[in-house]
Design a protein around this ligand. Sequence first.
Ligand code: ADP
Length: 466
Amino acid sequence: MVSAELAPLAKTGGLADAVAGLSAALAAKDHDVRVLIPDYTAPPSGRPGAAAIEGGASVSPAESTPVPVYLIASPAIGSGGAIYLGDERDAARFWAFSRAAVAAAAALGLTPDIVHCHDWHAALVPALAASRPPLASAGTVLTLHNIGFQGAFPRSVLPDDAAAFLASLDDEATGSRDWVNFLETGIRRASAVTTVSPTYAREIATPELGMGLDAVLRARGDDFVGILNGVDYRLWSPESDPFITPRFRRGDADGKRRVKRAVMTELGLADDAPLIGAVSRLFEQKGLDLLVDALPTLLERTRARFAVLGSGNPDLEAALSRAAKTWPERIAFRRGYDEGLAHRIIAGSDFLVVPSRYEPCGLTQLYALRYGTVPIVRKTGGLADTVTHYDPASGRGTGCVFEHADVTGLIWGVTTALEWYESPADWERLCRNAEGLDFSWQRQCEPYEALYRRVIERRRHRSPSA
Ligand code: ADP
C-alpha cells in the first residue's frame, strides 16, 4: 500500500481509515501487507537508524503498528507535521514521496504481487514502478478516494526530474502541454482502478461528476470498479469504542442514552431533546453550509439540538460559530480536529446528518449506523449505497435519504427523520435496522482480494515466462 494517510499515524479524513482498515483486514487473512507513507515529522537530519535511499531520502519502520509500516522521509517532503500544504508545493512533496517509496521498496527487497496506490499523492507510483525491478513485475491498483483532488499542476512548478519523468511518458498520459495531472496519469497506467463505492464509480464516469476525468475512466472499461469501504468495528462500535463512556451493548438504549447525556454535557447542551450530530471537514463538498442555512427553520419547526465538529473553510467555521452563539442552548459547534469527540458525537447522537453534494463513500454514516445513530444523508455516491430510506409501512430501512442538495431537501430530510423519532415503534425499529448492518472490512476486503487475483492472473497470462 502506498498512501499519504494512514490512521492513526497521519489522518485528515476517510483515506486514512480506509487504508488502515483494508490493510489490517488483508493482513488478518494472511496476506503479507506493507504500508508506505510519508514521514511528515522526521527531523531534517533524518531519523536515527533510518536506511538511506537515493536522493537524500530515507526509510524507517514505524513502531508498534498492527501491519508493518515504512515511513519515507525526504528533505523534499518537509517536516513539521503538515500532511497537505494545499498548494503547488505539494507537487514536489508527493513526487518525492512516490519516487522514494518505489526506491525504498526495492531497497527493502519487497517483491509484492500487487502495489496498491491511493489517491493522487501516490498515483505516479504505477508509472514509476514499471521501470523499476523487482516492482516492475507487480500488478498495480489505484484507488480514487475523491476525484475532487487530482494533483493537477502547471509543469513549471515541477522539479526538473519530475518534469523529465512525466515528459518521458507517452504524451496522452501527461495532461496538456502546460499542465500535468498526477491522478490522470495513474488512471491510465495502473493495471486496475477502483473507487470507494459502486454509485460513485457510475457517477464519476459521467461529465457531471467526473471532474474532467470521466472519459479517461470510461476508457478503462471493466478495469474500473467501485468497491465499498468497510469499517474497523474494533474502533467504531459501542462495545469496544476506545473513546466513549460507558461502552454499551448494541441495542442497549439505556447505555446509548448515557453516552448521549455525557456528550451533551461535554458540549453544554441539555439532553431533553433529540440530538443531531455532524462530524465533517467543512468544505463545499460536504454541504454543511446547507445546514447553516436550514438552521433557523429547523430550530423553529423542531425541538432538535445540534452538535457539530469540524474544520475547514473559515467562512463556514465563522457561520457555525455565530449560530452556536446565537442559539447556545440549541447548537454546539467545536472547531478543529478531535478524534475522541468525533467518536462521542457519532456514538451519542440520535441522528448524524451528512448532506454532501457528492460523496465517494462516506464513513461517518457507516460508523453512525453501528451505534443506532440514524443517518440523514443526501442521495449521492456511497451515501446512496449504504443508507436506505425508512418506510414506516414495511418497517424496512436504515435512515433518511433526501434527494436534493439544497436547503429544502435538507429540511425535508431532518423533519421527516424527526417524525420517526417521535413515534416509539418506528424509532425502535429503525435503530435496530441500522445497528444490524455489517460493513466490516473482513467482508469488504473480499472484492479487493478478487480484484488482486484477477490482476495477477492477467499479468501471468500476458507474460508466461515471468
Ligand atoms: P472525508 O474523507 O471526505 O473527509 P469520510 O466520511 O470518508 O470523509 O471520512 C471522514 C473521517 O474523518 C471520519 O473518520 C471522521 O470521523 C473523521 N473526521 C472528519 N472531521 C473530523 C474532525 N473535525 N475531528 C475528528 N475526526 C474527523
